[in-house]
Design a protein around this ligand. Structure first.
Ligand code: FAD
Length: 451
């Protein structure tokens, strides 16, 4: 049974699912217009960083997994820096170099990219869609992402959760590991930084070691995630529920993009795959709901920075282009300002027991952004980076700054160009998911009518 969600979104959001559907009608066309502009299409990214958590579990060799980087001549002069000498550098020339250590500010919910080996990618030319990436590598990445939900692994908090108990034990063991160190204050495992870049592929032995950590079949991963979800639900801790819903919403949204632009190997054509949608998202109401949850969180972040965004100096080096961007951004900001309140971030981290969770919440989300370097498909990694940075930017806006911090600010001292590009592209992807849910519902209804 697939039904569209209805009622209040909950967990700090008094907005209704139906309201999101209505608001999205206007947002969707405006966001399309925005992400079509070069300023928002060209994304600077490091696609070649080594996974800091485990040796690389293989690269997806499908043609659809690869990313076309931009020619240097197409990158606006203003955005180039000395480090961009490596634009479009082939992967094999990148091996052997060592990234410089990124500087992470306290406010950041994402780990910034290392400057060396960054390339510009045209997001429009590399759409997020079905690539065929799946199996042990993808399962290991999703497992690691959900495991970050266990951010308070004290004995009391883990009592009801098998997975979290195991996690606590693992942390205790890893404390002894000279390769990692465990930050007691933050209760988090810190990987060695900078992560060295491998010069060779992992050996057969290493690969076996990596695969031994992969959940055996879908059932095991499913029960692990269910265990985490149950724990989050039973514990009635708002912050943990919010965290889980953000991750699950992102996962469901990615699944929808895959199903919406599916490659039919029999016909050789791209198009929506209703069965894919039903099995991955449609028949799991909470996954559908979590997409809307992500949407209202992003919309709230947009509301908070609306004046800042309206005054942002886009600096493309061409006044006419800057003016065009400003016009469309103003139209978007007008829409944002007409929205009812969607999410109240002030309800999180407000008493003494949850205040200390804030840093853990941030540090674990940072780890999710680090995990993106473990995605074994370039295009999935690209979009994983865009969307985790987009969510991370929203969290930074909501939890690291108050409204006054944005007053009178115009430039990239609060949010970088990268963060704004990621935020708007992520908002657009969620908006497209909401549109796709509507379309899939109609396809489902038409199928029911046929029988
Ligand atoms: P998966 O999506 O791998 O899910 C694994 C398990 O998680 C499921 O069995 C289920 O128990 C549980 N689960 C699934 N969804 C949710 C949810 N929303 N909430 C809670 N639990 C859930 N593939 C592409 O073709 N194109 C891409 O662009 C792409 N991008 C990716 C980006 C990232 C960061 C990652 C990690 C993977 C990406 N993939 C992409 C792979 C894709 O997400 C799937 O892993 C793959 O298609 C295999 O799907 P699956 O049916 O085995 O379930």
């Amino acid at each position: 049974q697939c039904t569209n969600p209805s009622g209040e979104i909950g967990d700090s959001s008094c907005c209704h699912y139906e309201t999101v559907g209505k608001l999205n009608i206007d947002f969707s066309s405006k966001l399309h217009e925005i992400v079509d502009m070069p300023f928002f299409r060209y994304f600077k990214v490091n696609l070649y960083k080594e996974c800091p958590f485990w040796s690389h579990a293989g690269l997806c060799m499908n043609r659809d997994c690869s990313v076309e980087t931009m020619e240097e001549s197409k990158v606006p002069e203003k955005w180039k820096s000395k480090t961009l000498g490596k634009v479009s550098m082939p992967l094999n020339q990148v091996f052997g170099s060592f990234p410089s250590k990124p500087v992470i500010k306290d406010q950041d919910f994402c780990v910034p990219e290392t400057k060396s080996d960054e390339v510009y990618v045209d997001l429009k030319e590399n759409p997020e869609r079905f690539t065929g990436y799946s199996g042990p590598s993808a399962a290991l990445v999703w497992k690691a992402i959900y495991e970050e939900n266990c951010f308070d692994v004290s004995k009391e908090m883990t009592a009801g959760c098998q997975y979290c108990q195991a996690e606590r034990q693992k942390l205790e063991e890893q404390e002894q590991d000279p390769e990692h160190h465990h930050d007691h204050e933050k209760n988090i495992l810190v990987p060695p930084e900078p992560a060295p870049i491998r010069e060779t592929r992992p050996s057969e032995e290493e690969m076996n070691e990596i695969f031994s950590k992969v959940p055996k079949g879908k059932g095991e991963l499913q029960s692990l995630i269910q265990d985490i979800a149950k724990n989050v639900e039973e514990e009635s801790c708002l912050e943990k529920r919010v965290y889980y819903r953000l991750i699950s919403g992102l996962h469901a949204s990615i699944s929808i993009h895959i199903c919406d632009e599916w490659f039919n190997q029999t016909t050789g054509e791209w198009g929506p795959n209703l069965d894919c949608f039903i099995s991955r998202v449609g028949m799991h109401p909470e996954r559908l709901e979590n997409i809307y949850f992500d949407y209202v969180v992003l919309l709230r972040a947009m509301t908070k920075i609306s004046n800042y965004l309206a005054g942002y100096e886009f600096c493309t080096g061409d006044n006419a282009v800057d003016q065009n961007i400003k016009t469309v951004i103003h139209e978007l900001v007008d829409l944002v300002k007409q929205c009812p309140p969607t999410f109240d971030e002030k309800l999180l981290f407000r008493d003494s027991s949850t205040k200390q969770l804030k840093n853990q919440f941030r540090d674990h989300f940072r780890n999710v952004t680090r995990i993106m370097d473990c995605v074994g498909c370039e295009k999935c990694r690209l979009w994983g980076k865009v969307q985790t940075m987009g969510l991370g930017t929203a969290l930074k806006v909501l939890f690291s700054y108050d409204e006054a911090s944005f007053k009178g600010r115009k430039g990239d001292d609060v949010l970088t160009r990268q963060e704004i590009v990621a935020l708007l592209n992520t908002f657009n992807r969620l908006s497209e998911s909401v549109v796709a849910i509507e379309r899939f519902s109609q396809m489902y209804q038409a199928r029911l009518d046929e029988v």
